[in-house]
Design a protein around this ligand. Structure first.
Ligand code: HEC
Ligand code: HEC
Length: 201
């Protein structure tokens, strides 16, 4: 066998090995380490600030989100491309892992006055679905907001407002109502509030 054939064979068998073992839970740390942790941090709590922490995410919502990235149904800078490299079974294995991790909240630079206003706004307009001040994952996949990276929340809310990121109609209604009554500053108040929450729970 010449050098070139050997090399190709090694490469192909390497790839086969990689794809056949990916959906196997025993090799999960490798899959996650290789492809997610670089950005989403060890055990899914990212070191920010533009990458969301995904620890504690609901299993079903995780799979739905990854499928939506894969099918270009959610706008993304990077996740669309990444998700295309995986199967539904891979997503299920990843979902099991990330849903079990604890969301680690890092201190962020916040304006405490704004955060205080945000706490009041949250109670009135967001708490219904993003429960426990946004510490808990709510019904219908309402994301964890407490301690999420503020720059990420800014991008995310900008996408939501530009209608490129779809959200439930009921949330849109609440958000619009808040903006109408309290103006644009209310968004920054909320972002500062979520950024100010650092409890481990
Ligand atoms: C190069 C950095 C990078 C890598 C690698 C990466 N992500 Fe992401 N991820 C992001 C960014 C940035 C976003 C925000 C959406 C966007 O702009 O793509 C995101 C968003 C997400 C979300 C949505 C979170 C939410 O609250 O809506 C999930 C779930 C996710 N990534 C899972 C994964 C998984 C699983 C892997 C490994 C297979 C992975 N990501 C690899 C950067 C990355
Ligand atoms: C009626 C329930 C409901 C209300 C009220 C609500 N949300 Fe949501 N929110 C959701 C659901 C469900 C999702 C997940 C949508 C998805 O993944 O497609 C979500 C997602 C989000 C996201 C996206 C997070 C991410 O990582 O992708 C942000 C930010 C957000 N909500 C902020 C808010 C704010 C701020 C308020 C208050 C003004 C609010 N929500 C009120 C249900 C709600």
């Amino acid at each position: 066998m010449d050098y070139k054939t050997t090399r190709t064979l090694l490469l192909v068998s390497g790839l086969l090995f990689a794809t056949t073992t990916w959906a196997n839970e025993d090799n999960l740390p490798l899959m996650i380490l290789n492809s997610c942790i670089v950005c989403h941090g060890f055990q899914g709590s990212s070191l920010g600030p533009a990458t969301p922490s995904i620890a504690g995410i609901d299993k079903e919502d995780f799979v739905e989100t990854m499928e939506a990235y894969k099918n270009d149904e959610i706008p993304s800078t990077i996740m669309g491309r990444i998700a295309k490299g995986y199967t539904h079974a891979d997503f299920q294995v990843m979902a099991k892992y990330f849903s079990k991790q604890t969301f680690v909240r890092y201190p962020q630079q916040v304006n405490l006055d704004k955060a205080k206003q945000g706490a009041v706004l949250h109670k009135e307009f967001c708490e219904k679905c993003h429960k426990n001040n946004g510490y808990s994952f709510g019904d219908e996949g309402a994301s964890i907001l407490a301690g999420q990276w503020m720059p990420y929340l800014r991008f995310n809310l900008a996408d939501i407002r530009a209608n490129v990121r779809e959200i439930p109609k009921k949330m849109k209604k609440r958000l619009d109502k808040m903006l109408k009554i309290h103006g644009e500053e209310s968004l920054e108040a909320l972002i500062n509030f979520y950024g100010s929450l650092t409890e481990r729970k």
